[in-house]
Design a protein around this ligand. Structure first.
Ligand code: SF4
Length: 314
């Protein structure tokens, strides 16, 4: 029986960003330099495939520093950590290597600068996400307040509303965040905004690519982990901008091919922590069921590279 035709529109850019590339390289280089095991606090990036690969090379993933033997090398994940974490590592004589994405560090630096200037900081983000935990942990309690949605803006109690600044998580929905910012600026007209956008280039570009493709697609698949913020946002963006039938899956094996049946055009993208190999795995699986034509649609190209910490290059 002949296969049904399926046009796959591959969003570009997709997949690994410069912060994820750097974080993975930091773990690999740390293993080379210090020898296995190298401990990694939290999943280095939110992707099971990546974590399993690094585990195979000698990384040991832990949630907290007290699980790491004294004096052992430990890497902090790309999401960033509260200030108390490197302080504790110092105290316990650990060799610690920071894989925090430089774009997250920029948000930390801004939050601390506002605090030094006597401003209360509002962080727009999702409670419990490790990046948010890390950014909140840059300042003492009460100096930084988390806002997750527009509704929370109206119920905020701020002692000095004219002495206020905001920062954001780097992987939020561009459109949802703009709405929250508008609500904040309406309620607190003197609130200081970041000098440079906190939502990172990778999040912005991946969402822009999905927005471009979604109206032409009958279904949309995002490859990414269920706990990956930027991957979840990509599926939401596809749903909100023209393709209601959009899902997030970790790997091809998670896809029920019947879900694709009936679609003539399928959009595919991958979150910033998902390797390209998993996209190609999905396309190979689709080719077993459908007569697939792949068309790459890139809205922009990226040329961002972050250098490694000096501990690993010296
Ligand atoms: S998604 Fe953005 S902030 Fe997060 S690691 Fe990648 S470049 Fe850095």
């Amino acid at each position: 029986m002949s296969q049904k035709p399926l046009t796959v529109l591959l969003a570009g850019p997709r997949g690994f960003c410069a912060g994820v590339d750097r974080a993975i390289e930091i773990v690999e280089k740390s293993i080379e330099k210090f020898g296995a095991p190298v401990y990694v606090r939290h999943e280095i990036v939110h992707n099971k495939y990546v974590v399993d690969e690094l585990r195979g090379k000698g990384a040991v993933f832990v949630e907290e520093l007290d699980e790491v033997p004294e004096g052992s090398p430990v890497v902090f994940s790309a999401h960033g950590v509260p200030k108390s974490v490197p302080a504790e590592a110092e105290q316990r004589n650990m060799i610690h290597v920071d894989a925090t994405c430089p774009l997250v560090t920029k948000v930390h630096v801004d939050a601390r600068r506002h605090d030094k200037d006597g401003q209360t900081v509002i962080l727009i983000g999702h409670a419990g996400h490790p990046e948010v935990v890390g950014t909140l942990g840059q300042l003492s309690a009460g100096k930084i307040v988390l806002v997750e949605n527009i509704e929370q803006v109206s119920s905020l109690t701020i002692a000095d509303p004219d002495n206020l600044a905001f920062v954001t998580q780097t992987t939020l929905s561009v459109d949802d965040t703009a709405e929250i910012v508008r609500a904040l600026q309406k309620r607190f007209p003197n609130i200081e905004a970041p000098r440079k956008e906190d939502i990172c280039y990778a999040t912005t570009n991946r969402q822009a690519a999905v927005k471009t493709l979604a109206p032409d697609c009958d279904a949309f698949i995002v490859i990414g982990a269920p706990n990956s913020s930027n991957s979840n946002r990509l599926a939401e963006v596809a749903q909100a901008t023209g393709c209601p039938k959009s899902i997030l899956i970790e790997r091809a094996a998670d896809l029920d091919m019947e879900w694709v049946d009936g679609a003539e055009t399928l959009g595919i993208t991958a979150g910033a922590s998902a390797p390209e190999l998993l996209v190609q795995e999905l396309i190979a699986a689709l080719k077993e069921e459908f007569d697939v034509t792949v068309r790459e649609v890139a809205v922009t190209t990226e040329d961002v590279h972050f250098s490694l910490p000096r501990t690993l290059t010296a």
